[in-house]
Design a protein around this ligand. Structure first.
Ligand code: ATP
Ligand code: MG
Length: 436
């Protein structure tokens, strides 16, 4: 009888492991993003990873790609129809309603860092699970707030050292504005319907503004000369857009108006924006995107409540930082490597490691009972600054050797003095062991 080979498991298509070298770049981006959000007065929120599927169907919109084609929907054992979150805004708005945040002083400003799930066609910069850092400012409709949110996104990029990005800005008006504009837009594409991409043909009727956003080469030629929404805004909508621009100018935030910029979700109104590399083109380069969504909360069952926010793709931002050579150097994982030699030395080495860690010094043991040479090679590779060599013979006299791995100087110290000798390396927070 032949046994079947053991299966090699792989990450599901479109997903990937975040390895330590990737994780450190994500952590770097997040620490900057969190700090900028804190400085702008945002609190932090984390909704559950799955919600009632209906929330997204209503919030994001039935006709959107996200809801129609990309949601991971499942029925749980109790028969509830749930979905893995395909975006963050609807969840945060649901939380705003559920916790009565309308009673707090407005706007309520919330930031988050969440995995997002979309059944997309995997390609470079497009995954089935990605991570967003996002913010939402809910409860106020004020051009100054729009500018503040755009400014926050810009400062996150700036604080990471990025200088080659640009902000694309547009106003897509509201339902009233579109009543006049949409028929003109449809009329523009109508004579070409049989030549544009089939997906876009279907959009022509239910979401014609998406045709402006199409990245399909069959549709793109017909985007030229299409009427643009900003020519058809009512005076009050145009004034709001002007006010957003004046605020941005006052803040010294550069932007480029892009009258064809529309966003792929139904809920956006008025201000929409993206942050993209200044010199790259393509459909997977947007690192941050957002806009105002004054109709969303009403659509999910709340009172009319305005809001604005953005989502930043961490994978795309990490990729971009690497391309610009701005990703942080790989951190060494330890300060001190402890080599043990001879009978009983491993136990002493373990104690030394524990004592150092308690004092906030990162310490690693060279396991495996190998030669001193092999252990020191490991110490050099680990990026440690010092090696502690705990040899059985020295230990019998109460001593170990400390070797500076940069200068190769070494000296003997008493076991009891190791911690005070190396405490200067402490990066973590030390703690006192409970007395027994
Ligand atoms: P795109 O036009 O690139 O599909 P989107 O309009 O679907 O983006 P949003 O829903 O606004 O994007 O998400 C905000 C940000 O999240 C994007 O600007 C991008 O940086 C990132 N993002 C979106 N979808 C993915 C994905 N499938 N894989 C990786 N990052 C993504
Ligand atoms: Mg998309």
């Amino acid at each position: 009888m032949t046994s079947s080979p053991v299966r090699q498991f792989q990450t599901p298509r479109g997903t990937r492991d975040l390895l330590p070298e990737d994780y450190s770049v994500h952590a770097h981006i997040l620490s900057h993003a969190r700090e900028q959000a804190r400085l702008a007065g945002f609190g932090f929120i984390e909704p559950p990873t799955f919600e009632q599927a209906e929330l997204f169907a209503r919030g994001v919109g039935e006709g959107t790609d996200i809801v129609e084609k990309e949601m991971y929907i499942f029925e749980d054992r109790g028969g509830d129809r749930l979905a893995l979150r395909p975006e963050g805004t609807a969840s945060v708005c649901r939380a705003y309603l559920q916790h009565g945040m309308a009673n707090l002083s407005q706007p309520v400003k919330l930031a988050y860092h969440l995995p997002i799930f979309r059944y997309e066609r995997p390609q470079a910069g497009r995954f089935r699970q990605h991570t967003q850092f996002g913010v939402e400012a809910i409860g106020v409709r004020d051009a100054g707030l729009d500018a503040e949110v755009i400014d926050l996104g810009w400062r996150v990029a700036e604080s990471l050292g990025l200088t080659d990005l640009k902000i694309l800005l547009n106003s897509i008006g509201d339902i009233e504005d579109r009543r006049a504009y949409v028929p003109l837009l449809k009329a523009h594409f109508e004579p070409h319907l049989d030549r544009i991409a089939p997906d876009d043909q279907a959009r022509w009727d239910r979401a014609p503004m998406r045709l402006l956003d199409s990245k399909d080469d069959r549709t793109k030629p017909f985007q030229t000369g299409a009427p643009i929404i900003t020519d058809h805004l009512r005076p009050e909508s145009a004034a709001y857009y002007d006010s957003v621009k004046s605020h941005l100018e006052a803040l010294g935030i550069p932007y480029e108006e892009r009258p064809t910029l529309v966003r792929g979700l139904d809920y956006y109104t008025h201000t929409v924006f993206e942050i993209v590399p200044a010199h790259a083109d393509g459909s997977q380069v947007t690192v941050l995107a957002g806009g105002r969504y004054d109709g969303l909360i009403e659509q999910i069952g709340g009172p009319p409540t305005p809001g604005i926010g953005f989502g930043m793709g961490l994978e795309r931002m990490a990729h971009h930082l690497r391309e610009q050579d701005l990703a942080p150097d790989e951190q060494s994982t330890t300060d001190v490597l402890i080599a043990a030699l001879g009978e009983g030395a491993d136990v002493a080495a373990s104690r030394i490691a524990g004592d150092l860690r308690r004092r906030g010094v990162a310490a690693t043991l060279a396991f495996g009972g190998r030669s001193l040479k092999a252990q020191l090679r490991q110490a050099n590779r680990s990026g440690a600054r010092f090696a502690v060599i705990a040899g059985a013979r020295d230990l019998a006299d109460g001593n170990v050797t400390i070797r500076d791995l940069q200068t190769s100087d070494q000296r003997q110290v008493a076991v009891g003095d190791i911690v005070s000798e190396l405490a200067g390396l402490a990066t973590g927070r030390e703690y006192t062991q409970p007395q027994d």
